[in-house]
Design a protein around this ligand. Structure first.
Ligand code: TYM
Length: 332
């Protein structure tokens, strides 16, 4: 059986990186896999979240998934905290993963910054919870953006160590699925930094809730260089901002960066940015309209999450029972 698990944090607005790097790929994978998509609110609280905003963002992210084309009836969409098995298995993995493994995680270093001592313990153990999310369902494939690759390697290490420690093939080793022209969408203001919810500059990212005027403005203000566009993607080496905009165009249109350049070679950025803005508005507009409609109906969104949580629990519980038995926990 091929089963997908993937997640997105409700830590802020969904942005174009989340959409092109992950969610759009999830939509295409629905035909070939049994899919479980999770709004990972337990991960979100590894850094401070205002309670009201956490609730609102959980609904917004869910609306984004549904509006993008995720089918919550054929597949499962839920928020992590409604299925307590995630936290339970994460504790067990806290006892499987080694400190040395977690010390190598670059995302912790980036997020904790210079004030490591003040970071929450949860932020440090974050990858163990992510491994629990995936392995709780014995997922075989995990579609993510490039930035999650190291966490997935850790999930594989945890699965392998657990299986080896208990001499039993309990967990499959999950395969990362990282594909498309936008596996790493960069900031519109700095082509060396990834587009991220935590960047203080709103101009650095396109949010899925931005209206058409805002999208056009942000693309117009995106950093570029003075050279015209070349004929091939290879020639964009060393031009991070230009490469990023071409990659975004390619991903939105569903073609390769070379195909984009075949159409626009020789153009300057004034023209190309206008074309990119038009494309972004036409591709994102319908999703945004549907998101707004869903966000105006929180009862419906909450119902989807509740139903998804019940179905997720039914899959998770027997697997957690199996883990308990393998470990030797007494069940009366
Ligand atoms: P999160 O919430 O940061 O991002 C959700 C998804 O979006 C992708 N992504 C990007 N892709 C391309 N370019 C970008 N600039 C960009 N920014 C984000 C991410 O790679 C991700 O696929 N730890 C995960 C959530 C998680 C998870 C899981 C994922 C929790 N448990 C289990 C897979 C399986 C995270 O923080 O994603």
């Amino acid at each position: 059986m091929k089963r997908i698990f993937s997640g997105v944090q409700p830590t802020g607005n969904l942005h174009l990186g989340n959409y092109l790097g992950a969610i759009r790929n999830w939509v295409h994978l629905q035909d070939d896999f049994e899919c479980i998509f999770c709004v990972v609110d337990l991960h979100a609280i590894t850094v401070w979240q205002e309670p009201g905003e956490l609730t609102a963002h959980t609904r917004e992210v869910t609306a984004g998934l549904l509006a993008s084309g995720i089918d919550p009836e054929k597949h499962i969409v839920f928020n992590q905290s409604q299925v307590s098995c995630h936290a339970e298995l994460a504790w067990i993995f806290n006892c499987v993963a080694r400190l040395g493994w977690l010390n190598r995680m670059t995302q912790f270093k980036e997020k904790a910054g210079k004030h490591k001592e003040n970071a929450s313990v949860g932020l440090y153990a974050y990858p163990n919870l992510m491994a629990a999310d995936i392995l709780l369902y014995k997922a075989t494939h995990v579609p993510v953006g490039e930035d999650q690759k190291q966490h997935l390697e850790l999930a594989r290490d945890i699965a392998a160590k657990f299986n080896n420690d208990f001499s039993k093939d309990v967990f499959p080793l999950p395969e990362p699925l990282i594909f498309g022209e936008a596996t790493r969408v960069m900031s519109l203001k700095d082509g060396t930094k990834k587009m991220s919810k935590s960047d203080p500059s709103e101009l650095s990212r396109i949010n899925m809730t931005d209206d058409a005027d805002t999208i056009v403005k942000k693309i117009r203000k995106a950093r570029t260089d003075a050279e015209p566009l070349p004929e091939t993607a290879k020639e964009l080496e060393g031009r991070a901002e230009a490469l990023n905009l071409v990659g975004i165009y390619a991903a939105l249109e569903g073609i390769t960066a070379d195909d984009v350049l075949a159409k626009v070679a020789g153009e300057g950025f004034a023209v190309f940015k206008q074309q990119l803005a038009d494309l972004a508005v036409s591709k994102l507009g319908p999703i945004q309209d549907e998101m707004r409609r869903l966000m105006a109906d929180p009862g419906y969104v909450d119902g989807v999450l509740k139903d998804g949580a019940l179905r997720a629990y039914d899959l998770a519980q027997p697997n957690l029972e199996e883990v308990h038995e393998v470990i030797g926990f007494l069940r009366s």
